[in-house]
Design a protein around this ligand. Structure first.
Ligand SMILES: [Zn+2]
Length: 123
């Protein structure tokens, strides 16, 4: 118990020494020790285990956010296109007296409606 307390107070000492030496404390923490990572110059490291940190994970997170963001825009674009086509098909359906054409138009409308449901369920 006392040992653990000693350890964490020496961690704090190490961290404050680092801060005084011009290192910056980062929002991310070491996956092993759970203490905040420090950055000094180009080096990002854990003050406790001394391991250099490599920022692979956060890069992936950024890409993930960008991907989600651009996909939600794509989703909106697709929905707009489908809505436009459905309007066009509805007019065609209203104007048509050809049973074969009505059948085809109805089938396409059905497909497009299915597509809108599928797209809106994609997260
Ligand atoms: Zn560590």
């Amino acid at each position: 118990m006392t040992n653990k307390n000693d350890n964490s107070s020496s961690d704090i000492k190490k961290m404050s020494t680092l801060l005084l030496s011009g290192a910056t404390m980062l929002a991310d923490s070491c996956p092993d020790c759970n203490v905040p990572l420090f950055k000094k110059g180009d080096n990002i490291f854990c003050p406790k285990c001394g391991r250099k940190a490599v920022y692979v994970r956060s890069d992936e997170e950024i890409k993930q956010i960008e991907y989600t963001h651009s996909f939600s825009e794509t989703k909106e674009t697709i929905q707009d296109i489908i809505t436009g086509k459905l309007n066009f098909l509805a007019q065609k359906l209203a104007a048509s007296e050809d049973l074969e054409e009505i059948k085809i138009v109805a089938q396409i409308m059905d497909l497009l409606l299915e597509l809108t449901v599928k797209i809106s369920s994609v997260k």
